[in-house]
Design a protein around this ligand. Structure first.
Ligand SMILES: [Zn+2]
Length: 81
């Protein structure tokens, strides 16, 4: 059994996204979802970025739950840096 080490994305597998290259740093700008926000979520996996953006959305935009439509929008907006 493999343990997921905090901060290590090696064992985190994204099944949904074949474009997801684990070693490539990626970012998602919140302004692509919410105009005027300067927050940028960075990570090596889409999963970790989505986790950050969800937390940010809850704290800064009072969005308790990100809709499926917004998740799709976010995934499209994630790009390599
Ligand atoms: Zn924001």
């Amino acid at each position: 059994m493999q343990k997921t080490i905090r901060g290590c994305s090696v064992h985190v597998v994204s099944i949904c996204d074949v474009r997801n290259q684990e070693d490539q740093m990626k970012e998602l700008r919140c302004k692509d979802l919410k105009k005027g926000c300067r927050y940028v979520a960075r990570g090596r996996t889409i999963r970790s970025i989505m986790k950050k953006i969800k937390k940010h959305a809850r704290m800064k935009h009072e969005i308790e739950r990100i809709s499926a439509a917004m998740t799709r929008k976010a995934r499209v907006a994630i790009h390599a840096v």
